[in-house]
Design a protein around this ligand. Structure first.
Ligand SMILES: Cc1cc2nc3c(=O)[nH]c(=O)nc-3n(C[C@H](O)[C@H](O)[C@H](O)COP(=O)(O)OP(=O)(O)OC[C@H]3O[C@@H](n4cnc5c(N)ncnc54)[C@H](O)[C@@H]3O)c2cc1C
Length: 239
């Protein structure tokens, strides 16, 4: 599947805890060939032997000249998780990519709905930041719907709250599936957003969904139940 994509090297720079069990990892690219990717694409890290793990690029292409950022949900004893957490500054890594077709299409409607859970925010963060730096956000209404289990697993909340305050994104909704913390958060799954939204509004939009397979499946079903054409829905499932 990846045989047409060349193996590249990068240097691990730094990691940072973003939320409970979720970290960002920054890499710089060595070598003379430019690293060119589209917002929404992923890289495949060579872990050891035949073990490889895919991670979506979380940084915007226009802000990532020969560098990139990943966001990983760290699973105890997971092969990719253990590898990433063990990286030392300056260490070389091998990867394949960029790969994948998830991303912003050429023809976009007015309303763009980004629906994601957990580390599924990674490719969506890249897309939204790209819309911001290229000023293309001005042509759209951007809606971000983020879901996770508990309050301590919310990602990049300050960044997106600021974008909303600045009028760059038009709506920002967070759904917590296991945390009834009162206040600004919604309780439940991100599918609730779709179920509670006006179908006329939804039918006019483009959708970008990212998360685990079950989440992607249930959001797609909820959208189709609202009469959204499947050609308007793009998604990446993390397996
Ligand atoms: C195209 C693509 C893009 C992806 N992008 C990202 C990304 O940006 N960020 C990211 O974090 N992941 C991403 N993934 C998923 C990633 O590739 C790994 O599959 C995932 O991080 C688990 O890897 P691991 O090697 O640490 O655990 P593994 O060694 O694969 O799994 C260890 C064990 O944990 C179980 N497990 C799996 N998920 C969970 C969970 N959530 N909680 C508890 N147990 C679990 C597994 O069933 C397995 O038994 C992407 C996947 C694909 C296909």
């Amino acid at each position: 599947m990846h045989h047409l994509i060349s193996i590249r090297e990068a240097v691990f720079e730094e990691s940072k805890k973003l939320a409970e069990d979720i970290f960002s990892f920054k890499f710089s690219i060595s070598g003379s060939k430019d690293f060119i990717f589209k917002a929404g694409q992923y890289v495949v890290l060579q872990i050891s032997g035949n073990i490889r793990r895919s991670y979506s690029i979380a940084s915007a292409p226009s802000l990532s000249e020969n560098k990139f950022e990943l966001i990983a949900d760290i699973i105890p004893d997971g092969a990719g998780s253990t590898y990433l957490m063990g990286l030392k500054t300056g260490q070389k890594i091998s990867f394949l990519g960029p790969a994948g077709n998830f991303g912003l299409s050429e023809e976009l409607d007015n309303d763009l709905f980004f629906i994601c859970t957990g580390a599924g925010l990674a490719p969506i963060k890249s897309m939204i930041e790209e819309l911001v730096v290229t000023e293309k956000y001005r042509e759209h209404k951007i809606h971000l719907i983020f879901g996770t289990r508990t309050k301590d697993r919310i990602l990049c909340e300050d960044n997106f709250e600021k974008l909303q305050k600045d009028g760059v994104i038009d709506s920002y909704n967070i759904y917590l599936s296991r945390d009834k913390t009162p206040g600004k958060y919604n309780f439940g799954y991100v599918t609730e957003f779709v179920k509670n939204s006006d179908s006329v509004l939804l039918r006019d939009g483009n959708f970008f969904i990212c998360g685990n397979l079950d989440m992607v499946k249930s959001v797609r079903e909820a959208l189709e139940n609202k009469g959204v054409d499947s050609s308007k829905i793009r998604f990446e499932a993390f397996g």
